[in-house]
Design a protein around this ligand. Structure first.
Ligand code: FES
Length: 89
């Protein structure tokens, strides 16, 4: 099984809009998810400047899926779906 890449925006707007919770995301992931994800930071890709198109910060990308108003629950749900449908293989 290939690893699932989770990219967290560390831009200022995402950080102040709730992204700071992701600093400890690794610790809060269930063990079976921890084993299949690679967590990365990303510099602001500019989504926050086009909120009418992409939604509200904070933004996190799970593989090629963009999550707006991201929180640990949404991220875990997205990872779980990818694991289920096998699109990470
Ligand atoms: S600060 Fe996160 S998309 Fe701009």
């Amino acid at each position: 099984m290939n690893k699932i890449t989770v990219e967290i925006c560390y831009g200022t707007l995402c950080f102040v809009m709730g992204g700071e919770v992701f600093e400890t995301l690794q610790e809060h992931l269930p063990e079976e998810i921890k084993q299949v994800v690679t967590l990365k930071g990303m510099v602001c890709p500019g989504y926050c400047h086009q909120q009418e198109k992409y939604g509200k910060p904070p933004f996190v990308k799970v593989q090629d899926r963009l999550i707006c108003e991201a929180n640990p629950q949404k991220i875990i749900a997205c990872i779980t779906n990818l694991m289920k449908d096998g699109s990470n293989q």
